[in-house]
Design a protein around this ligand. Structure first.
Ligand code: ADP
Ligand code: MG
Length: 627
């Protein structure tokens, strides 16, 4: 195994794909049954050896690598010691059994392992590795991103992802920023505008000047943030590993003591075998797997064990308004003309010309209400959480909230706006307010029940919206939410959440990802709407409500808490069973084979106990109809 090629084979074996591990586990289990039942086989050796080799060797190799290469002690070190001790004393069944249960544990962990990790891999896979560095007019060299420096000029071709942050020098671009902002409307950019890495160019090629190195680019930052979040693994998940060094030390001491006191080496071996934390290792992944399966059956996708744990600790839920607390299918109520030279239809028509490029629920409602047949394409620029700007027939058109128009030089007094209970979208033509489109967006009928249930669980709700204060207050009142904030920009939503977090409260954000992707990512846990939610939101959230049914949220919290308490119960039971086993081993009541079987009981208990989670039903909320 001298050369690296062989080492790689071994390494791949250690990191076997789940399917292959599954086959090994099945074969090993069969071999162990043959061994314990003393069934004669044609094999010239004890069939338990099959389990030792298939399941044990990867554990030994993994423990060895951890110990000598990474210098950390994990639970597999103890298992390896027990394994070797059992083999040395000829206890092949005990050795094979311990190895098998450990492999089942890692198999289960693989199953529950993060899809988020796959999301991250996808993200990294999408980032371009090369940039087209300008050599002459229209000519370039392809260079790795690390060799591109601020001040360099690079070309972006149609359909490519912008690899680095910078500014447009020549040409113009239509960029899809959905990776970064969650707003899937392509944005128009021209000379002098800044562009961010991670955007996808949907138009002609353009030349840009790089402003930041690869390490500092927005895309790399996003990857870093996601990875950091990933690495903060759920503490309970790593419990057995965290205490592994102490466990190893303690197990060795107990084994030595047993040997010294009784003079029987086999007792020391039994102690080592029963000390193996198999039930501990199964305790978490089995419960997590059952919890995730339970959620999936009720239309809730929970991403991972880590997500599950984060959700169980939530103490405050922040809701987005449009699309989350409201149905997300607003309707145009009335159109108010403020300039006699424009008819109601004309105002709606002008607004719809821009809005058809947006995915925002308000935009869709406006487009639905207008007749857009035979209209030309026009260039637009989106301002997430504010509105849209564009050109039509060479004149400037603005559609969005009042503050947005004011910031862009449209002057009007608030008396011009109609007294309206609901969301209003203002339309300005040539810097003059020409009309207002009033939209009614109905609160989801189940919203108030959800908020009340959450309150009963001592999880207060918070409403965060970019809409005007009047509308937000009305919706908050209807839903029974005491604390709300209006007029927020996407980054403000994130800031409000951070303030709560700094006060020590674990906050969960519920949103559709349109103008709240940042808050979803910044909160301790994120719940995304699966139906109307943007792709990024769904990709990165901890839980996804498949049918946008927010009435599942209280259940989700109850389920995750239940899973966590099951995990604690499992860990306690595992500990009690292990300690009894150690005492019985020292006393000589258990030998390595009966010890291994006893030890097996612990694992079976943990699995069965976790499986009861599959049948967990919601007792609460059943008889509570919408108010
Ligand atoms: P919420 O926080 O309620 O989900 P957003 O942050 O998505 O709302 O948007 C806040 C406000 O910005 C909206 O109420 C609307 O007035 C304005 N706005 C955002 N996007 C658009 C758009 N595409 N067209 C018109 N107005 C918009
Ligand atoms: Mg929204």
């Amino acid at each position: 195994m001298g050369d690296t090629g062989d080492w790689k084979v071994v390494k791949n074996w250690i990191k076997m794909e789940s399917r292959e591990t599954l086959i090994c586990v099945a074969v090993s289990a069969a071999a162990l049954i043959l061994s314990i039942a003393h069934i004669r086989t044609v094999l010239p050796f004890d069939p338990a050896w099959i389990a030792v080799v298939l399941c044990g060797v990867p554990i030994l190799a993994g423990a060895g690598e951890g110990l000598f290469v990474r210098h950390d002690i994990k639970a597999d070190v103890l298992v390896s010691i027990a394994l070797v001790a059992a083999l040395v004393t000829g206890q092949y069944f005990a050795a094979g059994e311990v190895a098998l249960i450990m492999q089942i544990g890692s198999l289960l962990e693989d199953f529950t392992a993060d899809r988020a990790r796959k999301g991250l891999e996808k993200l990294i896979g999408m980032t371009p590795g090369l940039a087209h560095l300008q050599k002459g007019k229209g000519e370039w060299d392809d260079l790795p991103l690390d060799q591109i420096h601020p001040g360099d000029r690079i070309y972006i071709l149609p359909g490519e992802m912008v690899p680095l942050d910078g500014e447009i020098l020549e040409g113009s671009a239509v960029l899809d920023q959905s990776m970064m902002t969650g707003e899937s409307l392509p944005v128009d950019k021209s000379v002098g505008d800044s562009v961010f890495s991670g955007c996808i160019s949907r138009s002609r090629s353009f030349l840009m000047e790089v402003r930041k190195g690869n390490e500092d680019s927005s895309m790399q930052r996003l990857i870093r943030l996601t990875r950091e979040a990933e690495e903060k693994k759920a503490p309970v998940v790593t419990l057995a590993d965290r205490w592994a060094s102490w466990l190893v030390l303690f197990a060795l001491l107990c084994a030595l003591a047993a040997w010294a006191l009784t003079g029987v080496f086999l007792r020391a071996v039994t102690v080592l075998v029963v000390f193996c934390p198999c039930a501990f290792i199964l305790a978490t992944p089995t419960a997590v797997l059952a919890g995730i399966a339970n959620g999936a059956g009720k239309g809730i996708l929970i991403r991972s064990g880590a997500s599950l744990q984060k959700l169980s600790g939530i103490r405050c839920v922040a809701f987005d308004k449009t699309g989350t607390l409201t149905g997300g299918e607003p309707e145009v109520g009335r159109v108010v003309c403020l300039d006699p030279s424009f008819s109601e239809e004309k105002i709606l028509h002008l607004a719809a010309r821009l809005e058809r490029y947006s995915d925002h629920p308000l935009a869709r409602a406006i487009v639905k209400a207008a007749d857009l047949s035979g209209v030309d394409e026009c260039s637009v620029q989106v301002f997430p959480g504010e509105g849209i700007a564009g050109q039509t027939d060479g004149r400037e058109l603005l559609v969005g909230k009042a503050a947005f128009l004011e910031n862009r030089g449209v002057h009007f007094s608030s008396n011009d706006l109609p007294e309206e209970r609901g969301t209003v979208v203002c339309v300005a033509f040539d810097r003059k307010l020409i009309g207002v489109i009033c939209l009614c967006d109905r609160i989801r009928p189940e919203a108030s029940t959800v908020i009340r249930e959450l309150k009963e669980m001592e999880i207060p709700a918070l409403l965060l919206s970019g809409d005007n204060a009047g509308t937000v207050r009305t919706i908050a009142d209807e839903a029974g939410i005491d604390s709300w904030k209006a007029g927020l920009m996407p980054e403000d939503k994130n800031r409000v959440i951070q303030e709560r977090q700094e006060a020590g409260v674990k906050v969960c954000m519920v949103g559709d990802g349109i103008n709240d992707a940042l808050a979803l990512a910044g909160a301790d846990a994120g719940i995304a709407m699966g139906g109307i939610g943007s792709d990024v939101a769904v990709e990165t959230a901890d839980a996804v409500l498949v049918e946008d049914d927010i009435s599942k949220i209280p259940y989700l919290f109850r389920l995750t808490r239940k899973v966590m308490s099951k995990i604690k119960m499992n860990l306690t039971a595992a500990m009690v069973i292990n300690i009894t086993a150690v005492v019985l081993s020292i006393a000589g009541i258990l030998n390595p084979v009966t010890g291994a079987l006893w030890h097996n009981c612990g694992s079976v208990f943990v699995i069965v106990n976790a499986a009861t989670l599959l049948a967990y039903r919601d007792q609460k909320g059943k008889n509570q109809g919408p108010v």
